[in-house]
Design a binder for this molecule. Structure first.
Ligand SMILES: *Cc1c(COP(=O)(O)O)cnc(C)c1O
Ligand code: SF4
Length: 403
């Protein structure tokens, strides 16, 4: 608890009682939304200052005190700080950037309900979040109430759609952040979904346990227990986010029988270093979160400065697989721009296939020959095409030592 109780050292909150600090409503009410609050604490860069003034109205700056207390006020490159304070780079729109990079708006049979895959849907229930992440891919919807997609009428229309589509067996509740809703509103959604016999399980996607762990209250955990099975995917980007206070929130969820997975956006200069990502994945296992996805950062407008190469993601997976437990290895995906859905990209471990002999390399770069039985052999195929360095170049292999 030492780290976050360090808030007493921040002048703005020096006199805040523990009880207030631990109240999520206090955290929400006291979010930093103005440049002057930040400037009274530490100097902003000119780019941060101008951007924070300009983003009013669209994906506004809003930083819960808990998250702010993790920031390094002396380092503009601090990964916590870069995720919450805008910079002028957000106004740099590139040729292939899109407002709706994953083509979600085109796959909505009901406003707020994305039905893309055969047996599951994404249900956007709010446009609010505890903190607005500067790398948000859904910035067209989030942090504004102007679209009014997520109304009670739309919830009812969603339940009706799902009753008419029994092939849907799994609902992923997201937004915005579902944890911004009150327990009673959440309960209406969960009860509505549970009343549909074809819905086998429910998932909640959220970032709030990380940006404002105070939201994970005993009442919230009781609610999840009542509507089990509910799984949670929690959005983490950096090992600094895994604090003792976060661990407490994860403990409460895991002890309530909620299986926890993670989603991580690959961000340039924040977590695109294999050592940083490995540390994050290992920290997650310690708090009972199973790494699920690493996302290539989508070409949403104004986040190019956070995007890195796809190859950087492949190299991260290479650095994980075999070097640490398989439980720490998530799937790396690119969301096909315009509506292709999640496309997995993995390092290639097949060096060659010829006459039923597959030449494989292991994590250490040593090669091994695997012989298939004759009756199942495929015609000889050329080595798979590898379009990227590390993916398409012949892999770095070492001859196996004679045993
Ligand atoms: C990510 C996503 C899902 C869930 O996909 P899983 O691979 O099952 O986690 C469902 N619908 C949409 C539109 C999504 O983007
Ligand atoms: S919590 Fe999720 S939806 Fe909200 S701003 Fe962050 S990335 Fe976007």
């Amino acid at each position: 608890m030492s780290q976050e109780n360090g808030y007493h050292e921040i002048p703005m909150w020096a006199h805040v009682a523990e009880q207030d600090w631990e109240d999520w409503h206090w955290q929400l009410r006291n979010r930093i939304t103005g440049v002057d609050q930040l400037k009274s604490w530490f100097p902003l860069t000119p780019s941060e200052e101008e951007a924070a003034r300009r983003t009013q109205g669209r994906l506004v700056m809003a930083i819960p005190p808990y998250w702010a207390s993790l920031m390094d006020p002396h380092d503009p490159q601090c990964p916590i700080r870069r995720q919450c304070i805008p910079t002028m780079e957000e106004f740099d729109v590139r040729e292939h950037d899109r407002l709706d990079p994953c083509g979600e708006d085109g796959d909505m049979p009901v406003p707020g309900l994305v039905h893309r895959y055969p047996d599951r849907v994404l249900f956007l229930v709010t446009e609010q979040c505890a903190m607005y992440c500067r790398h948000c891919t859904r910035r067209r919807l989030v942090g504004t109430t102007s679209r009014g997609l997520m109304t009670s009428a739309n919830y009812e229309a969603t339940f009706a759609y799902l009753r008419a589509h029994p092939e849907v067996r799994d609902v992923l509740i997201s937004g915005g952040d579902p944890l911004m809703l009150t327990e009673s509103r959440l309960e209406k959604i969960l009860a509505g979904l549970r009343a549909i016999p074809s819905i086998e399980f429910i998932r909640i996607g959220s970032r709030t346990p990380v940006t404002m762990p105070q939201r994970v209250t005993p009442e919230f955990c009781e609610l999840l227990k009542r509507y089990k099975p509910i799984w949670m995917s929690v959005h983490f980007c950096h090992p600094k986010e895994v604090t003792p206070r976060l661990a407490q929130a994860m403990d409460m969820l895991a002890d309530s029988g909620v299986p926890l997975g993670s989603q991580t956006v690959l961000l340039r200069g924040i977590n695109d270093d294999p050592a940083v990502m490995k540390r994050l994945m290992q920290e997650l296992l310690k708090v009972r979160v199973r790494p699920y996805y690493i996302y290539q950062c989508d070409p949403a407008q104004g986040i190019s400065h956070f995007r890195t190469s796809v190859d950087a993601g492949v190299k991260i997976l290479e650095a994980l697989r075999g070097h640490t437990t398989g439980y720490a290895v998530p799937t790396f995906v690119v969301d096909g721009p315009g509506g292709g859905g999640k496309i997995p990209i993995a390092p290639n471990y097949v060096v060659q296939y010829e006459d039923g002999v597959m030449t494989l390399r292991n994590y250490a770069g040593e090669t091994y020959e695997y012989h298939e039985p004759e009756e199942v052999q495929a015609p000889s195929a050329p080595a798979p095409i590898r379009p990227l360095d590390g993916l398409l170049q012949p892999p770095r292999v070492r001859r196996r030592r004679a045993s």
